[in-house]
Design a protein around this ligand. Structure first.
Ligand code: FE2
Length: 478
């Protein structure tokens, strides 16, 4: 079997797994042949993809992380806010993962928009279990961690779906309501004597960042418990992987890149390191591109070498990327998925209509860098995200100028320096440019600054730093 994003699903494809609705009932059964109508409906409900059966991948089996029965029970307990039931489920999850020794996170989660919070809580619990195991915690501690994860978003269940699933910007009131959910979750469990203080604290602080920019209290890494930090990492990782009405799902390798970029700012480095070793960057059954132009499906991952899977090629043969003669071949995810996400983002921005906030264009070939900028700046600015200098120049020729451009330096085709030169010429220096780049060597920084741009921010940066740089430039520009 293999995973197919719904955008690429074709009528005639045969399903390899059941698809459940948000109540846990079978929506479409195994072996059903997809019709155009089915595909359209599944998209409407908000599913991101399906597993299909075909000759090429007949022998590729993908194991789910926990047994289907336990998954159903977990979802039921979460739906009915049954805390006793959740504690039982946590115990069974720990038993299952410890008895297996190694647990596979290959299977992509098939869930729809309505199901998000329940499915998310269950996935975060499994990821926490895997991280706990990777960190060498004992059974009792892993049990507490998994319990905290199951309960962490209980406070979201009272937020109306119209806010939870809102595709565009939340109003100040709605955002405030969303940000209250860790406290609401905590309120729901704080008087239970059968739940430890460690669990309650982790639930309350699961949205705190290690640099102190999170909520509800803005506490920094030194003040956070280990469970708080693990739960935060697992929570964000699963959120990145899921499709939401306002965002496309990240591929695991993209999500990992985002997590690594946020180390020391949002996340604890040691925990992210364990996560990186525990999740498949290219899960079994997913489509990948190879640097030599070939395409294939991941057949098997080899332990910690999860950048070097065995790939099933289109002609049915297998390519083991760990073999010496194949070491020059590099894996990446299909280009299409990156483009699709950015186009959707742009469409959403247009749908939201023009607003009076400053308009900033961010250009970076890495989607995860763009997402990081977007997350930091979306509250104050209207953002347009682009992946190349060419896209930027084309946009500037056809549209009103933005208030600022954020530019990566190291990009294929046209690098940041050339893009800046051409932008300054085209706009007659009417648009300020701020470089945001991982390159920090003196030569590059000097070359960029000598163009007469407004500034240079090296990655990784503190969100507060880039915000204040942008504000400084905009103030001066006015
Ligand atoms: Fe949350």
């Amino acid at each position: 079997m293999r995973y197919v994003p719904l955008q690429e699903a074709q009528p005639g494809m045969q399903l390899a797994t059941e698809i459940f609705d948000s109540k846990g009932r079978t929506l479409v059964g195994t072996d059903i042949v997809l019709s155009a109508n089915y595909i359209e409906k599944l998209m409407e409900y908000g599913y991101a993809g399906v597993y299909i059966r075909d000759e090429l991948t007949e022998d590729i089996d993908i194991e789910s992380a926990i047994s289907p029965g336990l998954r159903t029970k977990g979802l039921e307990c979460l739906r009915s806010m049954n805390i006793d039931g959740c504690m039982d489920v946590a115990k069974s999850i720990v038993e299952e993962i410890l008895s297996k020794g190694k647990i596979s996170l290959d299977m992509m989660d098939l869930r729809n928009f309505d199901d998000y919070t329940y499915g998310h809580s269950l996935n975060v619990a499994i990821i926490c279990g895997v991280i706990g195991m990777g960190m060498g915690l004992g059974e009792k501690e892993i049990g507490q961690l998994v319990t905290a994860a199951l309960l962490h978003d209980l406070g979201k269940l009272s937020i109306p779906p119209t806010i939870l699933n809102k595709p565009d910007r939340l109003t100040r009131e709605e955002y405030k309501r969303m940000k209250e959910h860790p406290v609401v979750s905590y309120e729901l469990i704080k008087d239970r004597i059968d739940l430890s203080a460690t669990i309650k604290v982790a639930v309350l602080f699961h949205h705190e960042n290690v640099d102190g920019t999170g909520y509800p209290n803005g506490i920094s890494g030194e003040e956070q418990t280990l469970f708080t930090k693990i739960l935060h990492v697992a929570d964000v990782y699963d959120a990145l992987l899921s499709k939401r009405p306002y965002k496309e799902p990240y591929a695991p390798c993209e999500a990992i890149e985002y997590m690594m970029g946020g180390c020391g700012i949002l996340f604890d480095q040691e925990i992210v390191d364990v996560l990186v070793k525990s999740v498949p960057l290219y899960p079994k059954g997913t489509g990948i591109s190879l640097s030599d132009g070939r395409e294939g499906i991941v057949k098997e991952n080899s332990g910690e070498h999860n950048l070097r899977p065995i790939v099933r090629l289109a002609d049915g043969s297998d390519l083991d990327l760990l073999d010496r003669e194949n070491l020059s071949v590099v894996v990446s995810i299909a280009e299409d998925s990156v483009k699709m996400t950015l186009e959707k983002e742009e469409a959403r921005r247009k749908m939201m209509g023009k607003d009076e906030r400053p308009h900033i264009i961010a250009v970076d070939d890495m989607k995860s860098n763009l997402q990081a900028l977007y997350d930091i700046l979306k509250g104050d600015y209207t953002l347009t995200l682009m992946t190349s200098g060419k896209q930027l120049l084309k946009y500037l020729k056809e549209n009103p100028y933005p208030d600022m451009v954020l530019l990566d330096v190291d990009m294929p085709d046209m690098n940041g320096i050339e893009t800046a030169e051409r932008t300054l010429k085209l706009t007659e220096r009417k648009v300020p440019i701020l470089f945001v780049s991982a390159l920090r060597d003196a030569q590059t920084v000097l070359a960029c600054r000598s163009l007469g741009v407004e500034g240079y921010v090296g990655r990784p940066y503190k969100p507060i730093y880039i915000r204040s740089e942008i504000q400084r430039i905009l103030n001066r520009w006015e």
